[in-house]
Ligand binder design. Sequence first.
Ligand SMILES: Nc1ncnc2c1ncn2[C@@H]1O[C@H](COP(=O)(O)OP(=O)(O)OP(=O)(O)O)[C@@H](O)[C@H]1O
Ligand SMILES: [Mg+2]
Length: 397
Amino acid sequence: MSEEGGTDADLFATGDIFRRRELLRVGHVPDRDRIVGRDDELQSVGQALGPATDGGPPSNVVIYGKTGTGKSLVARHVTQRASRIAAGNDVTFSHVYVDCSDADTETRVAREITTQLAATTEGAPDIPQQGIGANEYYRYLWDLLESRDTCIVLLDEIDILRDDDVLMQLSRAEETGKTDCYLGVISISNKIEFRDRLSERIDSSLQDEDIIFQPYDASQLRNILENRRDAFKEGVLADGVIPKVAALAAREHGDARKAINILQKAGELAERENDDRVTEAHVERGQQKAEVQRFQELVSGSTPHVKHLLRALATLTEERQADAFATGEIYEEYRSTAASGGSDPLGQDRVYRLLKEQSFLGVTESRHTGGGKSEGSYLEHQLMRETDVVLQALGDE
Ligand SMILES: Nc1ncnc2c1ncn2[C@@H]1O[C@H](COP(=O)(O)OP(=O)(O)OP(=O)(O)O)[C@@H](O)[C@H]1O
Ligand SMILES: [Mg+2]
């Protein structure tokens, strides 16, 4: 394919490490034969969508499970397969995928669904991207659904959604006569606790079925990685690489995303350093890079104050050789971090609320401690990531 020699070819040289690097991208939806150990889960989602491939009503599904357990993958894979089968049955089947970490309000979700549907509808109106509210988007939506038999809406990271009105609208659309199109909602959450937070009214309409995804064990992780070995050129991966990546990713809980990220980063390091093999040493450094990147993604949308706060907590953890700190201590450190970062510090109450938010996201952990009964206990907060990962991620901005 590529031209030999010539300066242009050198300029774009991609090294001798990767053959199909797209296999390691997180959004990549692998073929059935690369999916490991999720037969029951695929089957359950398939059963929920089955009727829709034949022109009938799908069931709604909620998927729970820790990060990197294949929830998005299974949901997307089954939806794509269903869509192909429906096409063969002359059923007009649409599907849209909304990541609620990008679209976290009712209006944004409604806009995203409508915009995606319009993009695949001939003669659809231009959907305004601003200046209109959720209700207007719904009006477009009901119109767009008119030409369809069924539509599956995948709401990923649904726990980030700030209100559940959009869920109400979607789950009651048929019942309230808004549309004749069968709407199916697959919601995905990586917070198992979210199950208890789903309000009663939503619960009964969205949760025809719930599926819980368990973490992978090291041997499943090894198989997942083996199935992507052809992302690399023949013979490039040293023997211990895949077992080592799998072991690292299995450490907290079996997280396939982490495994694939580490493998990708290790390969990139080898490539950048013009090595012709990926070794365990690359894996170790790749892991650090993968964690920094993950943390950067997590905080990228946060306000500068959240970043000051996390920097303050990481600094305290490093300097005081302790793990957990009282709110007041953290607040003092935050004030000076914010000030040296050129922002006006927020009040202690606001900072306390930010700490609570971070603990919900799993970045920190808060617990009551200290004091006898008479003194009462106080709240301590601990950073749940390595300090150098946090500081590096925040520093590189
Ligand atoms: N059973 C599997 N077989 C092959 N690849 C998998 C499997 N499970 C997950 N993966 C891969 O691991 C990565 C993470 O999976 P996925 O995005 O589905 O996780 P998730 O459960 O949605 O995590 P999160 O809650 O963080 O969004 C993806 O690249 C995916 O392709
Ligand atoms: Mg996901």
